[in-house]
Design a protein around this ligand. Structure first.
Ligand SMILES: Cc1cc2nc3c(=O)[nH]c(=O)nc-3n(C[C@H](O)[C@H](O)[C@H](O)COP(=O)(O)O)c2cc1C
Length: 485
């Protein structure tokens, strides 16, 4: 007999949200450290199956993965994941065993790995404190979303935050998962009209025999405009509890500019008046909202509050703190560049195969260097950013503009679309020390950051790095909000 469980109440509203940062830059350690300061810590759920599978193959030193897996409510499912990926002595330099590339043909084993992995990340972030934890997913990465949400809900996730697309279906999906009802979503297929017959993605939570249904988390879409916020309030498939309003200065992917598409001499998109957010419209929606992008000081926090925001979401300052998932040598290289005033972040309109602008920090030895980029043999073996398309035969195929050029063209892709694309799946995995081993070394990393990378200087303590708690203390120095932390 399953007992229905109430939805999560966002009250009291968090003043500070640590933004979700993939792949596993905002891992369970960072999110937990932030939650323990009384604010909202957010784990990244992007490619979380790959992250768990690789941590297990690295021997899970410390045993945290296995501890959390032992608490998964359906032990047989977690056991099968462990059996498949855990290597007690690590890989001994060998390449990682792959996880299946995601598609509408995903079987139960693929869905189970996602659910277990999201459960583990949230359960570890929630360990031994009463603070709140959210999970961030990218709307564009559609296939893994529902099993990942369900796994996070099994661990009691409080908030789901999603941008990089229009997450209209998600509120209704959260309602169904909380009611333990099967979820069916239409696969997004490039070029297919709404009337065209396309495959559906299916996930059945009743495969997980549990006594108490999970709580329905609060849902905060990440938007770049008041127009999109308004559309979501009116047309989303269920309730939206608030918004993150993200400016194009933010790290990671950005919304493309509205309007004509002008670029500067470096090829960076130029934003104009049409990209300005109308805060009167935001306030009139009657839902709390948080501002993101370039919030790096108590003054910026106060300015955000003055617009009527409930608080702020911050990424860049947290991305390079001690608890972040970025591999230590890369984090040191970034801090060193900042220390010497040599930091530079490019808003690339080419790097991401999604077509969205993506920020790339210039760090020696990473894909930001032309020589490193050119030396990498193009290959697509993770495939999270692939798009589904209709083959001439009528079947469904998957392609990515960062895959080998000949493959992309053979799949009906445009050669021009492949130019200067980076393999973000492999590059971002390498940035957190989980890069795949190739014949000629380890995959090169790519580091993303907000435009305000230099503001890390304001929290840098004599070059020795800083903690998540230092960031919180720095941002909220002297900031007072009646009735809240
Ligand atoms: C390293 C890094 C990775 C990010 N990855 C994601 C992501 O996976 N999903 C997402 O919605 N936002 C992502 N972001 C954006 C943050 O969640 C946050 O909104 C943003 O960093 C706020 O702006 P700021 O970087 O100026 O602080 C990322 C930001 C950084 C710095």
């Amino acid at each position: 007999m399953r007992t229905p469980t109430p939805s999560v109440d966002l009250d009291p509203l968090p003043l500070l949200i640590q933004g979700g940062m993939g792949v596993a830059v905002s891992n369970y350690r960072l999110a937990r450290a932030v939650a323990m300061t009384g604010h909202l810590g957010v784990v990244s759920g992007t490619a979380i199956d790959l992250v768990l599978a690789r941590r297990l193959q690295d021997g899970d030193p410390g045993g945290e993965m296995r501890d959390a897996m032992a608490r998964f409510p359906v032990p047989g499912i977690a056991d099968r994941v462990l059996e498949r990926y855990f290597l007690p002595a690590g890989r001994r330099g060998r390449p990682y065993r792959g996880v299946p590339m995601r598609s509408h043909r995903d079987n139960h084993a693929s869905q189970d790995l996602l659910a277990v992995a999201a459960f583990v990340e949230v359960a570890l972030a929630k360990r031994d404190h009463q603070g709140r934890i959210g999970i961030n997913l990218l709307t564009k990465v559609q296939v893994p979303t529902v099993p990942s949400l369900f796994g996070a809900m099994l661990a009691g996730v409080d908030v789901v935050l999603m941008g990089a697309g229009i997450p209209r279906d998600i509120p209704g999906i959260l309602d169904r998962l909380a009611a333990m009802e099967p979820v069916e979503t239409r696969l997004e297929v490039a070029g297919a009209s709404a009337r065209e017959s396309v495959p559906h993605l299916r996930f059945d939570p009743t495969r997980f025999p549990i006594d108490t249904a999970p709580r329905r988390p609060a849902f905060l879409p990440i938007v770049s405009s008041h127009t999109l916020a308004t559309v979501l309030v009116r047309k989303a498939s269920g309730s939206v509890e608030g918004f993150i309003v993200e400016a194009p200065t933010a790290g990671g992917h950005n919304a493309p500019p509205r309007g004509t598409g002008a670029y500067d001499a470096l090829g960076q998109p130029l934003y104009g008046d049409r990209d300005q957010v109308d805060f009167e419209v935001m306030r009139d929606l009657g839902l709390p909202f948080w501002l993101a992008g370039g919030i790096d000081s108590p003054e910026r926090v106060r300015e955000a509050l003055d617009t009527g925001a409930a608080g702020v979401q911050v990424g860049t300052l947290f991305a390079f703190c001690r608890e972040s998932g970025i591999a230590q040598p890369l984090r040191s290289a970034v801090l060193d560049a900042v220390h010497r005033g040599r930091e530079f972040v490019l808003t690339s309109s080419r790097a991401s195969s999604t077509g969205y602008p993506f920020k790339v920090a210039a760090i020696p030895g990473t894909l930001s260097e032309q020589a490193v980029y050119a030396a990498r043999t193009r290959l697509c073996d993770l495939g999270y950013l692939r798009e589904a398309y209709i083959k001439p035969s009528g079947g469904i195929g998957y392609r990515c503009a960062a895959e080998p050029v000949a493959d992309h063209i053979a799949k009906g892709g445009d050669a021009a679309a492949t130019v200067d694309r980076m393999c973000l799946c492999n590059g971002l995995s390498a940035a957190i020390g989980l890069g795949q081993v190739r014949g000629d070394g380890v995959e090169p990393a790519v580091i993303t950051s907000g435009d305000g990378l230099g503001s890390v200087r304001t929290v840098l303590d004599n070059g020795d790095g800083y903690s998540a708690a230092d960031v919180v203390a720095h941002l909220l120095r002297g900031v007072q909000v009646a009735g809240r932390a």
